[in-house]
Design a protein around this ligand. Structure first.
Ligand SMILES: N[C@@H](CCC(=O)N[C@@H](CS)C(=O)NCC(=O)O)C(=O)O
Length: 254
């Protein structure tokens, strides 16, 4: 998979006959969809998009120009991570990622809803630090405490059960990025092992889940991206190895 982000003026790669995701490598919403596709063992192509200089064609799949979008048939798309992921779970039920119990499904949605304030606090802390209020640090920790309490109450390895489900793949991309906050000068967002023992164990277990591991990025990498974006020049292509050229080492003069 090329990690190069296409931009205004770049051509849309030819359709390969598979599902195709439009994503940005550091976007947590796009990661949600990638994890669900991986969990379902679906074949798909990925097109990474530069969100500061969007290619014209991205709007054909995502009218608001946001990622993720999913091309489910040639030239036809749906957008928004939740919409896409519920669609995928219904369309490809072989690996079911939601409970069969309607009440548990509702409870999973509540878990996601109660986590939203922590997500908002993360975005402010990472990208708009001058607007950060103590209330948001409180909200962040309240969100994590609630999540940890839910894990304890359910008593299962993952929120979904013995294996991760939609609820886990929806929250994890944010938990992955939360660990970068202390590295960008926000120590008040650290997840102390004492306070969050169960939650930290859960995060570590999610990192190595088969659907997550190949796409997971370290806190250090996320911190580098956050810093580049805050400098006004988001380094979308920092993981793009295709840009490394293959110069032959010069022969030493004898
Ligand atoms: N609610 C949307 C949010 C997606 C979103 O905001 N994605 C960001 C990147 S992380 C984006 O596309 N930003 C570009 C823009 O808003 O123009 C979802 O769940 O897919």
């Amino acid at each position: 998979m090329s990690e190069k982000h296409l931009q205004t003026g770049d051509a849309l790669p030819a359709y390969g006959g598979k599902l195709r995701v439009f994503a940005m490598r550091f976007c947590p919403y796009a990661e949600r969809t990638i994890l669900v596709l991986n969990a379902k063992n679906l074949q798909y192509d990925t097109v990474f998009v530069n969100l500061d200089h969007k290619p014209e064609w991205v709007f054909n799949y995502s009218p608001k120009g946001t990622v993720p979008a999913l091309e489910y048939e040639e030239g036809k798309g749906i957008f928004d991570s939740n919409i896409i992921n519920f669609y995928l779970d219904e369309k490809y039920p072989d690996v079911a990622l939601q409970s069969t119990d309607p009440l548990r499904r509702a409870e999973d949605k509540i878990v996601v809803e109660l986590f939203a304030a922590a997500q908002t606090a993360f975005y402010t802390a990472a990208y708009n630090a001058q607007a950060l209020q103590p209330k948001q640090v409180e909200d962040f920790h309240k969100g994590l405490e609630t999540l940890q309490a839910t894990l304890k109450e359910r008593g299962t390895k993952f929120l979904h059960g013995d294996y991760p489900g939609l609820v886990d793949y929806t929250l994890f991309p944010f938990l992955e990025r939360f660990e970068a906050l202390p590295l960008v000068g926000k120590p008040e967002f650290a997840l102390s092992k004492d306070k969050y023992e169960l939650l930290v164990t859960y995060i570590e277990t999610m990192k190595v889940a088969p659907a997550v591991k190949p796409y997971y990025l370290t806190p250090d990498t996320h911190a580098k991206f956050i810093e580049s974006r805050n400098k006004g020049d988001a380094n979308y292509n920092m993981l793009d190895t295709s840009a490394v050229c293959c110069m032959r080492p010069r022969k030493k003069k004898e």
